[in-house]
Design a binder for this molecule. Structure first.
Ligand code: HEC
Length: 147
């Protein structure tokens, strides 16, 4: 059932992507390898003991709390990368299902280049504090994520 739900939500996500979805996925994966795996590792499990959080089955949880959708693309590793807004949107739309083998919650809106461009102008100063606030809001909602 869980796998079925994952397939359904992936199918829903794919429908909202352009016809070149397969090419976009190849490009996103390649960008992930070149720009992110040095810290986050290939499977997104990171190095939590060194402050690099695991994204596995947790990244999509941030989308459930106010400010989380913004936070996960505003972190320095994403916005300070050499990737342009379109590539960041494409990468995040690929990354969310990729690091969520347990299945994405339904109804996740894909990122667009325009949304990423807008979020560049409103980045938090204190990422640690922002993350702690989001994690504590998630905890109140019954979702536990490592600090
Ligand atoms: C130099 C190491 C480094 C690189 C490279 C890097 N990150 Fe990160 N990332 C971190 C650290 C450390 C954090 C924890 C928040 C912080 O301190 O910025 C983080 C947090 C995140 C988060 C939020 C996850 C959470 O649970 O808080 C996301 C999403 C993310 N990174 C995605 C990416 C993507 C996508 C790339 C490639 C474009 C990338 N990162 C490149 C180190 C890195």
């Amino acid at each position: 059932m869980k796998a079925g739900a994952a397939l359904l939500s992936l199918a829903a996500l794919m429908q909202t992507l352009p016809a070149t979805a397969a090419q976009d996925a190849v490009r996103a994966r390649s960008n992930y390898i070149h720009h992110c795996t040095g810290c986050h590792l290939m499977d997104g499990s990171g190095v939590p003991t060194k402050g690099i959080p695991s994204m596995r089955n947790t990244l999509d949880r941030f989308l459930q709390v106010k400010g989380g959708r913004e936070y996960i693309v505003q972190v320095p590793g994403v916005m300070n990368s050499a990737l342009n807004d379109g590539d960041i949107a494409n990468l995040m739309n690929w990354l969310l299902p990729y690091v969520t083998p347990s299945g994405l919650a339904p109804g996740i809106r894909p990122y667009s280049a325009a949304e990423i461009a807008g979020l560049r102008n409103s980045r938090p100063v204190d990422f640690d504090g922002t993350r702690r606030r989001l994690v504590s809001e998630l905890r109140k909602a019954g979702v536990t994520i490592a600090e």
